[in-house]
Design a protein around this ligand. Sequence first.
Ligand code: COA
Length: 255
Amino acid sequence: MTKPILIEILDGVQTLTINRADKKNALTQEMYGQLADALRDAEDNPDIRVSLITGVADSFTSGNDIMDFIQNPVSGEDAPVIRFLYALAEVRKPLVAAVNGLAIGVGTTMLLHCDLVYAADTATFSLPFVNLALVPEAASSLLLPRMLGHQRAAELLMLGETFTADFAHDAGIVTAVVPARELQEKALGTAKKLAAKAPEALRLTKSLMKANTDQVLQAMRTEGAAFAGRLTSPEAREAMQAFMERRSPDFSKFS
Ligand code: COA
């Protein structure tokens, strides 16, 4: 059976590849669990100095698997998705992302926790939480307004429209946009450069830059409680049913 998360360790770089092309790399609880475990393992493994996350085919990830939202609603702090989000906030080693295509929902919000983010010029981004009658996660309700100001963050989080790699770069979500065919080489090459640097100096630099981790974790907790409540709401049920029936949701009956 194909593994939905591929893990490779080479030259000090742990590469995590989301490998579920037929579902646009949508993430299930099982996949979040594997990503969380891999990031935590990297902390204790001296052979790993940098982690790199990417996806196969035309998608980085289309976000949380919508069927999984319905079948396995998130509950409790040990839910795999919550463990993954906390790991993103807490890992001490550098984290690089190579955004090879669609980055939807958590596909975009996880980037706010990465240190270096390279995007293919063909990559697209969106934060469609409200379109699914959900709320932002991964501390994006804290981090995006901080990066962009309230109004520009509200455009992304409330309208939930797709934006380009150049827009993501202007917004500060992406370090650099590169031609699609050069993406993996650029991201892996940069990860290897980091892997050759003094590891303790890198970890300290990261922790100095992320001195607000407690606030980030608190935002994740607050969002998580709101998100869990939304998942079972009639509005979200309508939105997810609409996705499965390939129609637009009808929110006109809600007040
Ligand atoms: N969860 C579950 N399944 C998903 C998915 C997701 N997040 N994203 C894509 N898929 C599935 C589709 O249901 C489809 O499955 P099927 O072939 O069994 O019918 C398959 O992946 C291919 O997707 P499809 O919609 O046919 O491709 P597309 O190119 O027309 O559109 C997307 C791709 C990603 C734009 C579209 O699928 C989409 O909007 N997905 C939902 C994204 C989302 O809202 N994520 C949650 C964020 S919080």
